[in-house]
Design a protein around this ligand. Sequence first.
Ligand code: GTP
Length: 349
Amino acid sequence: MSQEKIPATVITGFLGAGKTTLIRNLLQNAGGKKIALIINEFGDLGVDGDVLKGCGAENCTEDDIIELTNGCICCTVADDFIPTMTKLLERDVRPDHIVIETSGLALPQPLVAAFNWPDIRTQVTVDGVITVVDSAAVAAGRFADDHDAVEARRVEDDSLDHESPIEELFEDQLTCADLIVLNKTDLIDVAGLSRVRAEVASRTVRKPTIIEAKNGDVPIAILLGLGIGTEADIANRKSHHELEHEDGAPHDHDEFDSFVVELGPIADPTSFIEKLKGVISEHDVLRLKGFVDVPGKPMRLQIQAVGSRIDHYFDRAWAPGEARATRLVVIGLHEMDEGIVRKSIEASV
Ligand SMILES: Nc1nc2c(ncn2[C@@H]2O[C@H](COP(=O)(O)OP(=O)(O)OP(=O)(O)O)[C@@H](O)[C@H]2O)c(=O)[nH]1
């Protein structure tokens, strides 16, 4: 029996760009399409999976949400992603569409290349790669090295890389895109947005379509059904790393670190969050997210920090029998001193 290939959409974008938010919208507006979701996170705590499982979309039940937590998907393609895909494809009821959320630090290239593996290629095709961009972060220069300063240092020290790991990853994620979503447009003005658009366009040679969004709110008809078959075009989308190491040396994430902080109940979340802001900016924490136990409140408090901007809201009631706890995952550059950051967060309670 010949079966049509199942389309798979890869959603990529730097830490905190709004991938989970966009997917949540997509699931809630999927109009009866059965969607399977594969989520990969950097860091030990399954926050994104938890957020998406709580979104209650009928066409994507908890069974349809698969979390890959053994490291970044781009490094564990063979061990983790391929077996997961194979199992998904063996299910009696196959999904209409597969959506894959990569970790904010993943290179999408190795993942897309995996769709050329023999067992996968015959059954699934990449509908398109969607790269979500935090427009406010781009506007604030968080993905741009100060090239003049770097150049000045480089004259003194040849071993210095021109681009930071963050800037390289950002470009690699843009390089792989079929569609770029400039998200968080509510946080910048029109002039800022047009500068962001120009900067993003200048960092992609292939010139994919660029659209704008607030809270990842993009009609499903725009996101799904691109019909690109990206896996056949992977040679045109090489990452910095692939270009530098044509021998195929594996990429790793040594430049980044993550750890989980567990705390007791937080009686004064407002003061805690205020102090967290200070910790994040003092120690250059890239991303912090998790859940807080506020005594006396039936709901858990979700904390989401991207750079020094912190969102927080009570997202759902603690389930009966669920242990109330405060757990936060912290992600930063390798130079981040875990011991000091951990102590500062503990001292913020
Ligand atoms: N103001 C504003 N906030 C947004 C928007 N989109 C997402 N956010 C917030 O940004 C934070 C990060 O969003 P996520 O959707 O978790 O980002 P992500 O890309 O999945 O993050 P990682 O999985 O950690 O890489 C959350 O607090 C969101 O509510 C937007 O358009 N505007």
